[in-house]
Each structure stands twice: as structure tokens, then as C-alpha cells.
Design a protein. Sequence first.
Length: 721
Amino acid sequence: MLTRLAEFTIRRRRLILFGGVIFFVVAGAIGGNVATHLSAGGFQDPQAESSRADAALLSTFHTGAPNVILVVTAKSGNVDDGNVKSAGVALTKTLNDDPDIVQAFSYWTLGSPAPLKSVDGSQALVLARLTRPKTIEDLAPELEVDNAAISVGIGGTAQIFDQVQHQIEHDLTKSELITFPIVLILLIFVFGSVVAASLPLAIGGVSVVGTFLILRLISSLTHVSIFSLNLTTALGLGLGIDYSLFIISRFREELRSGKEPNDALIRTVETAGRTVAFSAGTVAISLAALLVFPLYFLRSFAYAGIAVVALAALSALVLLPALLAVIGRRIDNWELFRHHHVEPGEGMWHRIATFVMRRPIVIAVAVGALLLVLGAPFFGVKFGLPDDRVLPASASSRHVQQDIRDNFSDQEAAALSVVAIGSGPPGQQTDQITGYAAKLSTVPGVARVDALTGSYIRGVQVAGPGKSSVRFVSTDSTWWSVVPSVEPLSAAGERLVHDVRAVTPPFPVKVGGPSAQLVDSKRSMFSKIPLAGGLIALVTFVVLFLMTGSVLVPTKAVVLNLLSLTATFGAMVWIFQEGHFSNTLNFTPVGFLDTTTPILMFCVAFGLSMDYEVFLLSRIKEEHDITGDNISSVAMGLERTGRIVTAAALLLAVVFVAIGTSGITFIKMFGVGLTLAVVMDATLIRGALVPAFMRLAGRANWWAPTPLRKIYERFGLSESP
């Protein structure tokens, strides 16, 4: 099939190139503004109890957790002064008059409750819930009041996510400006030729822009996270360059062996093309494992990852060969310098492999121990959900949220919502409502409970029904607002959720709110990890078995990849959870890792590790099929691919380092973590552990039980002629 594809590409090369240009232009025109159609959320399981509680609150009571928080600061005096009060009431009225605000209330309109006023009395809160289509960006000019009486700061999730979205768009532009010139210089160094160096960038560009088009189409059908654009850029450039490196290097190798350009191209697609196809399949399936998670933040990375990997592979197998068919021997035109050609068996990587295989036990134990030591901090990992502190310290919403944390005694905007749907007419059940509210108010970590019948603190009613009590009324349903005194996205916030859910309610209830979202999201993600990990391991085993005919080599690959990733995750805990290098990397440590990022990193890094594993094993197997010698085939395979894999890893690391300059903390962690994963995989794993273990296994490397051997003989994949 690949032979026929190569022959077709050679015959129709100009038509293919014309179609590629048209696709690039159309994809750029339609997908170029994809960022404006994507969302900044996606960290909730839509089927979780907290999500259903929030949905019921919105559909039945037309309310929900406030997503706009205004901190009103008195320029002099305190918030009870007449001019400040008038300004606060006017601000609240402005919000209530807006058709896209479903609720708005404030310290002044609720009768001056103490929790809505700062401890020193100089600040007070206005809380509102904004719905689309109007965005906080449209509303901000009306709210950012700064006059003789007051100044207003805007916070809340609507403002935070809006600033995150703008930061991501800015970061993408910055990372591209960093990446392209550095990568071009490195490619010229790798190939020595400007013509050869420009081709991988072209393939990477087509992959990225094409994926923007696909994400634009998917976003019209379902939610897609804006954070997936970071993966699109990184993998589009990285894999486009990786696959192009492999194809171009093999093409030049075949030309040096004396083949004519067309024959060299056909052989390249038959061999390197096969490796690219199955490498891409392995990476795509590793990313497809993210589809088992219900959070659209993670699923979005699967959409982007599968699309960009498929486009990178398709471009490398069709578009790149069409370019090579046109260029032919001119691939080395505009040569700036010439690499010294090393005879087989004399290269640096051959010497490294030989050195390792002379001392396999010592090297395997030493490197394995080093990776385990690096991974040790992961045993102390703590997980949470992102909040305003993922933004740069200069972000205005961070200042507002920090004011709330520092200056207010309670977490009014992070209240838990306890919703009872279909419980009967609330007016006929005031005793049950009162009794449950009183019990909830005695739970440790609860500052106050508001209900239809009033407000409760430590089991005592402190206020009767007021103007705001109407929000708790529906025909046959009611709800309770449980205001916490603890940080909502913390271990204390999680304990509060468990304790609230343990209180026996008078009616069936669902508990929502930020802390409940944290508990439910973690439970949802952790319950799916075994399935995702099992799928990745199974597919990895099957693909590598079909390539090698071995049961030991795929098992070894999975174990070594896990060992490498454990070290990477240990480094992430040490850096981002414990805060080492926080000043250098310019982020704020919060004592936990975002729950979704390690899962995402695992799938991406495992896929990339298998990418390099397939490159290496394909050449080892090709040499072994020719010579039958295990030691020489490992040394020759590493020699043939070592320079390419090192160059590919270096180029991919540049892409991830650029991603790591992001102002969003968990995107920074994604970039830094994957940089470490790629570097360790291309050096310690491929350069030391793989040859050591293959030397120790000897002839067993290529063993399989008779039934599996028959399957391999019928369906196996080989690069041998």
C-alpha cells in the first residue's frame, strides 16, 4: 500500500502540492480566528452531583453561583458613609438593569450583612451572575468606576476566564515568535541545507493551521477548551518536524546509497513512511485515551491531539514526498556547511550503544535508581483545581481575589448550594427547612447558612426572612446557601463538602458550588485513570508486537516509559507544588497541582515516548532481520536513529520551552514538564536503558509464543525489503 502511495505521489506531485496550498489557505481563512470560538472552562464533570445541582439551580431558580464579584473600596471613611452607599446602590442597580445579569445584590441592598464588608470596613462586595451573550469585557467599562468616593475592582470567574483567554492568545503569539526562528536555525544546523531545513517547518505549519480548521468545526458542535491550542501548536510543529526529519534523513540516506531520486523516495516511504504511520497511530491513540474523561478540558486535547497527529502524519506521507519528488537531488541546495559522513559502525551513537552493552547491569541499575530518586517527590503530590492564581501576578482579577482572601472573613462568592428539587411547596415545609439549615450551620468550616426562613450561624437563627429570601422559593423546590469560612479550593474545602453531604436532609438534595466541583472532578478523573492507562498500555503492546514480533520488547517499552514519566512528575511536584524556582519561572505556588495537567502530560508524554521508541525499534528490527545479531542490530539501530531522535527531541524541547513561557501556571507546567520528559526520554531512556535491557535480554528480545508468532507472521509490520 505504501509503495502504491509513493508511486501515486510521484506521478501526481504537482496536483498534490496545489491541493496542499489550497487547503492551507482555506484552513487559515476559516480557522484563523478559532480562539474566539473556544472556551476557557471545562474543569467540571457534567454528570457529577455538583454539576447537576448547579444546573438545577439555574433552571429552577434562575440563579447560581455569582461569577462577577466587584470589590468596592471607599476612598475615605468606610462603606457605610452616605456617598459610598449611594455609589454602591447605583452600581448594583446598573447590574440589575442589564438583561444579561440574572441576579445582582450587594452589601447595601441586602441590609448590610457583615460578611459582605471587609474586616476594616473600607471595602464591600457586589455579587452578580452574568449570562451570555454579553461578556464581562463588554460590561467592564460600566463597572470600573473610579471617582472621588469609590474605586471598583472586578473579579469572579467570568473576569478570571476572560483574562485567561486573552493571556492564552498572547502566549500563543509569543511562543510562535520564539519557536520559528530558533527551530529554523537548528534545522539548518541538522541538515546543513536551507532547502532541507525549510521543509519540516512547512509540514508543521500545515499541521497546525489544518488543526485550527478542525477545532473551529468541532467548536460549532460542542465545547472546546482554548487551552487545546497550546497542544496544537506544540505537537503540530513538533511532530511535523519529527516526521519530516525521519523522512528527509532516510531519503538522503537512500540517495547516498546510489539510488535515483524516485527509487529513493519509494524506498523512503516504504520504510520510514511505515514507521511514521504507526508512530502517529500510537501517539494518536495515547491522546485518544483522554476521551474517556468527561471533562471537556481534557477531551478538547484529544480532539486537538488526534487531529494534529493525523495531519502531521498525512502531510509527512503525502505532501512531503510530493515536495521531495519535485526537489529531488536539489534537497541539498543552498548548503551552508556539510556534515562529515561517518561510515557505519564508527558513529558516536554506535560507540555509546557499545559502551552501554558492555556494562548493562551497572548502567541499568544506576540510571533506574536516578529516575526513581527524581520521581520520589511525587509521593507527596496534592491535587486541586485552578483559580485566579494561575494568572500572572499583574492580572487585575488576581488583585481583586487576593483582596477578598485577605480582607474578608467569609467566602461569600464560593458558597455551597444545597438544592432540593420536587420537595414540595416550600411555604408548607418551613420547619424542615429551618431544622436542616440549623444543622448545616453547625458543620465545621461553615460561616453561615441562608435559607427561605432566614440566616443561621452555629445552629442559631441570626436573621429572619428578608428581601433576598425570595431567591430560595420555587413552586415545589427550595435550596440553601452554605457560606464557607475556609478556602474553597483546598483540603479544608473538600472536607466541608463531605461533612455537608453527611448531614441527613429532610428531602433528597444535591450539593453544588466550587468546593463540591473540586471533590466531584477529582473523583470523576481518578475513576477513569485505570481505563485510560489500560487502553494506552494495550495499544502500545499491540503496535510494538506487530512491529517486532516480540512480547518482551513492548513490555520493556511500557515499563521504561513509566519510569521516565515518574521522574518527570516528581520534578513537577518539586517545582510547581513545592515552589522551587517559582521566582525564576515567574509563577505563584499554591501547594497543589492542577488535577487535569498530570493526566494530560501523561498521555502526551507517553505518546511522544512511543514516537521515539518506534523510530528506534524499527531500525533495530530492520538490522536484526538482515544480520540476526542482537548486539550489532541494537548498536546499528541506535547509530542510525540516535542523531535523528536527538535532533527531534531538541527541536521538540524548543517548542515546549516556548510553551513554558506562558503566563498561565498550568500551561507553564505543561511546557516545562514535557520538556523534561522529552529530554530524559531521548537521552537516559533511548541512550542508556534501552540498549542495556536489550543486551541483557539477548535472543529473548525477539521471542513470542507460537500462537502469537503465527499472528505476527500474518499481520506483522516489517521495514525489511
